[in-house]
Design a binder for this molecule. Structure first.
Ligand SMILES: O=C(O)CCC(=O)C(=O)O
Ligand SMILES: [Fe+2]
Length: 318
């Protein structure tokens, strides 16, 4: 069956209900795909026979790095640094979780393009973050080829600031600079989420949306779609831990950029210069099978933003 809308992830496409039977999905893959399509998230058991041993080693390796007293059961765990970004660079188990082949196969099947992990975050406690969509940090052209996988590295208590999300919010408008009337390219922000908070809140109010919390047992994971609003609930018991790993994934053959610092309509994109965690190889920005070559100096990860060269701008943006 020819996919008439290849510029949308399969599970985000309005055609998914018609297409899913012809994708060779197992019953479990179809359940996950349907949940992503309808609700913007899906829960599954993380497929790794060595997961318990990996988690034990990760906690041992990372715990001393947060400046938190984990030994005293009564100590406040929320005061220190609450995340380590890209621990996969020095911790093989973090890397193995991010590069799990079964998860990559699942995501690739459900999105219709090959998935690759590009960032990890390891949290020992709740983030207590407001509702946000990751699409202001990481987006793609075509859009929506991004997702997060949140893995519980212990049984998570409702008092430990669990992850929350707004089911169905992946279908709301993606809140971009254009949508809120803000210029992004070259701007500086304390937090890339700040300018968008009121618009996300207004959308929640307009939809009368109710938060759901994810209170998983160890080894359960949740996939969220690129535009699903999510955050960290208030951690009512600061003595608790909430060990978790988030891996962010992109998909092949896209342009990868940071929308908070971009003005898409005039071709000013804060491009990302990515390598895949799974093979350590670059994933060049690409559009319809052709690499997008950029002018200017680059830095890996959060490097300086770059405009597309004029020739590419006129090709991409008319
Ligand atoms: O774990 C949480 O509380 C939220 C994490 C999050 O928003 C993210 O990693 O994108
Ligand atoms: Fe997030």
């Amino acid at each position: 069956m020819i996919n008439l809308l290849p510029g949308l992830p399969l599970i985000e496409s309005p055609l998914f209900p018609l297409q899913k039977a012809s994708q060779g999905l197992t019953a479990e893959e179809e359940r996950i795909g349907t949940s992503l399509h309808e609700k913007g998230y899906a829960v599954f058991d993380f497929p790794d026979a060595d997961l318990d041993q990996r988690i034990a080693r990760i906690l041992q390796n990372l715990a001393p790095r947060y400046g938190i007293d984990f030994d005293d059961p009564h100590s406040d765990k929320t005061g220190g640094e609450n995340r380590i970004q890209d621990a996969w660079k020095f911790d093989e188990d973090v890397r193995a979780i991010a590069a799990n082949e079964a998860v990559l196969d699942l995501l690739s099947k459900l999105y219709g393009r090959a998935a690759f992990p590009f960032q990890t975050l390891n949290f020992p406690v709740g983030t207590q973050q407001d509702a946000h969509s990751d699409s202001v940090h990481f987006s793609s052209l075509p859009e929506r080829f991004m997702c997060g996988v949140w893995l519980a590295m212990e049984d998570i208590s409702a008092e430990a600031g669990p992850l929350f999300y707004l089911p169905g919010s992946h279908r709301w408008p993606i809140v971009t600079n254009a949508l809120i009337g803000r210029r992004g390219y070259g701007s500086a922000l304390e937090s890339a989420q700040d300018p968008y908070g009121p618009a996300w809140q207004a959308l929640c109010d307009a939809h009368g949306a109710e938060r759901e919390v994810f209170v998983p047992r160890k080894g359960q994971a949740l996939i969220w779609c690129a535009n699903l609003l999510h955050g960290g609930s208030w951690q009512s018991d600061p003595r608790l831990t909430r060990w978790s790993q988030v891996t962010h994934y992109y998909f092949d053959d896209c342009i990868y950029y940071t929308p908070a610092f971009s003005d898409e309509a005039v071709g000013r994109l804060h491009l990302r210069d990515l390598i895949s965690i799974s093979d350590g190889q670059p994933r060049p920005n690409a559009y319809l099978g052709e690499a997008v070559r950029c002018v200017g100096r680059t830095g890996r990860g959060g490097g300086k933003g770059r405009s597309l060269p004029h020739r590419m701008m006129s090709r991409l943006f008319g």
